[in-house]
Design a binder for this molecule. Structure first.
Ligand SMILES: C[S@@+](CC[C@H](N)C(=O)[O-])C[C@H]1O[C@@H](n2cnc3c(N)ncnc32)[C@H](O)[C@@H]1O
Length: 242
């Protein structure tokens, strides 16, 4: 079994505690770095992922690992009654809630503290859910995915957007240089957290992507599991139905 990748290797506390600490540390720079380092593509990916839910017209939506709320806000394009976001980083939630308030959307979007591995909602609550760049950070992936399914209504869809690794020449090589060499340096300078942008490529490397992740979703009892690679496989959208 692969070793658990954590942000702060010199510390002995849990992955969950370290992940929350790391996102607290970089929360003031998260949006900026996200959009700059991805050249804005992250926004298009979230939009694409949300569009997959358009047909089902979800009314109650959950955005797991919502961070600063970009996915939850994108979900509003579907005109749901409510989008609730949960996250374990108070720092990320604070920045997200500032955005929600600035846009006068507090009646539609609620971002609250909540752990994906112990979701603070009853089963069969949500028509659909999203997770953007979150599952890779879960301490216990299967527990998180099983919890997500528990709070989904039967027939509801989970849409999961996560980094993956391009396989084809020359994108694989360009991406390898950018993700492993350039990005950690830029991230370190801008966010002041040297570990955060080393953890990013390491956690992507260790994540069970593609068919492996589809198999995990199936093991967690999702049905009709599908995946769609984005931008030469730099990211993948996975969908599964309860
Ligand atoms: C890379 S950020 C993604 C934020 C946002 N979804 C986006 O699309 O930009 C990952 C987020 O996952 C959160 N996270 C990690 N483990 C979590 C867990 N067990 N439960 C809830 N949130 C978690 C982190 O705190 C962080 O805010």
């Amino acid at each position: 079994m692969k070793e658990t990748v954590v942000p702060y290797k010199h510390k002995s506390n849990s992955k969950k505690a370290q992940v929350a600490e790391m996102f607290d540390n970089i929360s003031h720079r998260y949006d900026f770095l996200n959009h700059v380092l991805s050249l804005g593509i992250d926004k298009l990916w979230r939009r694409k992922a949300v569009n997959l839910l358009r047909k089902s017209q979800p009314k109650m939506m959950l955005d797991v690992a919502c961070g600063t709320g970009d996915f939850a806000l994108e979900c509003l394009r579907l005109n749901p009654d409510k989008v609730i976001g949960i996250d374990i980083s108070h720092g990320m939630l604070r920045h997200g809630n500032n955005k929600v308030e600035d846009r006068n959307l507090s009646n539609k979007v609620e971002l609250i503290y909540g752990d994906s591995e112990n979701i603070p909602f009853e089963e069969d609550t949500f028509d659909a859910m999203t997770v953007g760049f979150g599952v890779r950070n879960f301490e216990n992936l299967k527990k998180g995915l099983t919890e997500m399914r528990r709070v989904l209504k039967t027939g509801g869809t989970a849409v999961i957007l996560e980094f993956s690794k391009p396989k084809a020449f020359p994108i694989k090589q360009i991406y390898g240089f950018y993700f492993h060499k350039l990005l950690p340096r830029i991230g370190k300078t801008v966010s002041n957290d040297a570990s955060a942008y080393t953890y990013l490529p390491e956690s992507v490397e260790a994540f069970p992507e593609g068919e492996d992740f589809c198999n995990i979703l199936t093991e967690c009892a999702y049905r009709d599991v599908k995946r769609k690679a984005l931008f030469f496989g730099v990211a993948t959208i996975y969908t599964g139905i309860k």
